[in-house]
Design a protein around this ligand. Structure first.
Ligand code: DC
Length: 227
């Protein structure tokens, strides 16, 4: 790649394959991987722990301002990043159904988003990075070198989530996961501040029937055109 600094934006709904693609591109291209959803999840973990009601926007914004959030790179190529809030490792806890189902309530608060967006820009501005989320191409890095918007059939997304949960020892019926995914899609896409939507210049990828390798190769074929 001839560019000195490469920023890749990946957006899309839950279960569309964003994390898989971001991890794949991070390890193939040696880029910093920034999972922005993990940051909103960690704040939600802290809000629940501190018994803050999700309607208390000022308190949620205060938590966002005062918390020390860290994303530590995976120890092995393609592995999971570790997520810390105020020095505590919450990597596992933030993937629980409780946190998953409440993060969109916290992520819709403008004061929270302002803090997170500033932090995400700070993390990625110095180096080559791939960021995944809902507003990366539209708000966080509108000038990203390349933007992908992932989508997938809801049945497929629910099955992927079910598999991920099952691998961590939690069994949830696929219909329940589907219902929760659709509810979260609705909150994420209809909120006033930076709703989930494709940037005008985003490249759409439908991952419904793609293998991980196909997804990564498809994205790489577009990235190669940049040089
Ligand atoms: O990608 P994820 O499932 O870990 O995201 C968790 C929640 O955080 C989801 O409801 C959407 C929200 N989110 C957001 O609003 N903006 C981002 N950049 C990333 C995630």
């Amino acid at each position: 790649m001839s560019k000195q600094k490469l920023i890749i934006a990946i957006d899309g709904p839950g279960g569309s394959g964003k994390s898989t693609l971001a991890r794949g591109l991070s390890s193939r291209l040696g880029l910093l991987y920034v999972d922005t959803g993990a940051m909103y999840r960690a704040l939600t973990w802290k809000a629940i722990r501190n018994k803050i009601d999700f309607t208390q926007e000022k308190k949620l914004s205060k938590i966002a301002k005062e918390s020390h959030l860290e994303l530590k790179p995976p120890e092995t190529a393609g592995g999971e990043i570790k997520v810390f809030i105020d020095g505590r490792d919450v990597t596992e806890e933030i993937r629980s159904p409780l946190i998953t189902n409440h993060t969109s309530d916290v992520a819709k608060v403008s004061g929270v988003r302002g803090c997170m967006v500033a932090h995400q820009r700070e993390i990625a501005e110095h180096g080559n990075a791939v960021l995944e989320g809902r507003d990366i191409g539209t708000v966080v890095f509108p000038d990203a070198d390349i933007k992908f918007f992932l989508k997938a059939d809801v049945e497929q997304r629910a099955k992927r989530r079910q598999k991920e949960l099952s691998e961590k020892g939690t069994e949830v019926a696929v219909d329940k996961i589907k219902e929760d995914l659709l509810k979260r899609d609705d909150i994420d896409s209809s909120r006033e501040d930076s709703p989930l939507k494709p940037a005008e210049d985003a490249i759409p990828i439908d991952s419904s029937t793609m293998s991980v390798e196909e997804m990564v190769e498809t994205a790489l074929s577009h990235i190669k055109k940049l040089s």
